[in-house]
Design a protein around this ligand. Structure first.
Ligand code: ACO
Length: 329
């Protein structure tokens, strides 16, 4: 029997319609374009409309990912969504709702909670399902209406995030040179209180049900962990930074990305940056960034991508992925 490998068969994204600039925040908050730009690199972010929910963002990105994989919804064996802003508190999962909207019924659908590392976790789960021959085609989606869990009176968090969806189809292949070569994921709950979303509790002194972050401490841990994680996955696979076509880090903060980029040996044209335009879209950030270079015609079949993410939990992870999608015409 031939070996089976998982491969990234398509990539797609959805950007919601409401563009919010730093100047827009100046009208309601004690903040400035200068502070936000200098500390984060972010200039704009896009928010979903009040009518749009997380599953709608997942649906739009998922639909395009299925089309680009040249498949129909019937070909999809499972739908998995990563989100920190699910449509419902505990059930139904955003994956169940999105799968139904996509016309995928009577197939497994579930969410995972990996915060900003969600897409790397999705790749790992999908790779395991494919390589154990459980499924042939899996739709993975990072979808976030982060604006639904933001405190718009907290200038330390609300200016950092955006909404969006990013999706991919992961399919079986026999060609290792087109495969998801390696995925590494990890977590340490010791740091859970640095970045979290409390559950609603009707006592007067309970925290608000909004994303809370000790930004400075997260920043330090993120730089250290990400740089080491990238070094480890490259070394483990005997791949040099110059062998990678694109380094796609989680888009949280330009300063974090630059600090990690400098600690490693990536040239500016290898590093994919979208944080200036979209802000931090959590689990959607990496697939949205990959789709950005795909739409620009830069990402081609066979290119080697290095992905890297860090988020609440703490969770983190990295992946080496050959792009097995069709070149955009
Ligand atoms: N406008 C103006 N001033 C502000 C704003 C704002 N929007 N936000 C904070 N400040 C002020 C603070 O109140 C503070 O003022 P003080 O000195 O008078 O107390 C000052 O700016 C400095 O605040 P710091 O938090 O120390 O600023 P820092 O340089 O650390 O930047 C930031 C903050 C941008 C949040 C940074 O720490 C960061 O990016 N952290 C990491 C975020 C991240 O990567 N998260 C992981 C993924 S997210 C996920 O998983 C959901």
């Amino acid at each position: 029997m031939k070996d089976i490998f998982a491969s990234l068969k398509s990539i797609a994204s959805y950007i919601p319609p409401r563009c919010v600039s730093n100047a827009d925040f100046e009208k309601t908050l004690d903040t400035s374009d200068e502070w936000i730009s200098k500390r984060t690199g972010i200039k704009t972010r896009y928010f979903a409309t009040p009518e749009q929910n997380t599953s709608d963002l997942a649906y739009e990105a998922g639909k395009l990912a299925i089309e680009r994989a040249k498949l129909s919804p019937n070909d999809i064996d499972a739908v998995i969504v990563a989100t920190l802003s699910p449509e419902y508190l505990t059930m139904p999962s955003t994956a169940c709702i999105a799968a139904y909207k996509l016309g995928i019924q009577n197939k497994p659908a579930f969410d995972i909670s990996g915060a900003c590392s969600g897409f790397i976790y999705l790749l790992n789960v999908a790779k395991s399902f494919i390589e154990s021959r459980t499924y042939d085609n899996i739709l993975i989606i990072g979808a976030e209406k982060v604006s639904s869990v933001l405190d718009f009176e907290d200038r330390g968090t609300c200016v950092l995030f955006g909404d969006g969806g990013g999706a991919a189809v992961v399919s079986a292949t026999t060609d290792r040179s087109q495969s998801i070569l390696d995925v590494h994921i990890a977590a340490n709950g010791k740091y859970g209180d640095l970045l979290y979303t409390p559950r609603f509790n009707a006592t007067s002194n309970s925290p608000k049900q909004y994303l809370q972050m000790k930004g400075n401490e997260v920043f330090k841990q993120a730089v250290k962990t990400l740089a080491q994680d990238v070094k480890d996955i490259l070394e483990h696979n005997a791949i040099r930074p110059q062998d990678v076509k694109f380094f796609v880090p989680h888009q949280a903060n330009l300063r974090i990305i630059n600090a990690v980029g400098e600690m490693l040996d990536f040239s500016p044209d290898q590093i994919v940056l979208t944080v200036q335009k979209y802000g931090n879209t959590s689990a959607a950030s990496i697939p949205m960034a990959i789709d950005e270079i795909y739409k620009q015609g830069k990402l081609k079949n066979g290119d080697l991508l290095l992905l890297d993410a860090f988020g609440g939990g703490f969770t983190w992870g990295s992946a080496l992925v050959y792009f097995n999608g069709e070149n955009l015409q």
